[in-house]
Ligand binder design. Sequence first.
Ligand SMILES: Nc1ncnc2c1ncn2[C@@H]1O[C@H](COP(=O)(O)OP(=O)(O)OP(=O)(O)O)[C@@H](O)[C@H]1O
Ligand SMILES: [Mg+2]
Length: 251
Amino acid sequence: MKVLATYNIKGGVGKTAAAVNLSFLAARAGARTLVWDLDPQGAATFYFRIKARIKGGGKQLIRGKGDLDGQIKGTDFTNLDLLPADFSYRHMDIVLDDAKKPTGRLRKLLKPMAKQYDYLVLDCPPSISLVSEAVFRAADVLLVPIIPTTLSLRTLEQLLTFRADSGLAGVSVLPFFSMVDRRKKLHRTILETLPAEVPELLTTAIPYASDVERMGLQREPLGLYAPRSKAAKAYEALWAEIEEKLVIGNQ
Ligand SMILES: Nc1ncnc2c1ncn2[C@@H]1O[C@H](COP(=O)(O)OP(=O)(O)OP(=O)(O)O)[C@@H](O)[C@H]1O
Ligand SMILES: [Mg+2]
């Protein structure tokens, strides 16, 4: 099982859109995939038309006392399951802080899932916290959407520094451009210059597109309601690129 986390310190950069669309593509290609919506806002859960609620609350689950398996919901799609968000996840930092070895907590929780799933996708809330550290320890890969602006580049640097300082070099970071608007000069400039500075940067960029925004109305992955759109094709190319990296990483 590979654990992928869509992560960025910044909010509103396309983490959830990526988690939903990429996990849909993984499942469609036959991989047994589980999405864990770690964001108390529950956007990924909403997109999959599932109720954002963990029976008994998120606290028990994080403490390893809940029945993780029993909380998993099937989505409308073959091979694709969801562990829903819960509003109590907003306190996850505190719950982790009370735990022994807090940063290894998620990793330990997820271990038994390896038999059932090929991919586990963690959709993370925007922050840098104990939860992030736990995610960094649990994940094999962080998928990091980057809007091509100066501030976004700074947060990518912060993330890379945090990874180095926390001794978490084991998790690979795969940044990719998100919400790209090629009419903007700044976007075009950063698109041209960043690859030389960030060797891990994926080559596929997700365009800014109203088709992606419509996910909120459609409440389903882009590949279903706009399969031929530029954005849907971009997610396909992005997923192909990520899978290729995972294969190389295994060798
Ligand atoms: N490529 C895109 N083009 C246009 N709109 C997009 C695109 N990607 C995401 N959006 C829209 O931008 C908003 C934020 O996207 P999304 O929820 O995926 O970001 P996020 O990083 O998960 O946000 P948060 O930090 O709140 O979890 C949503 O309304 C979404 O529909
Ligand atoms: Mg989100």
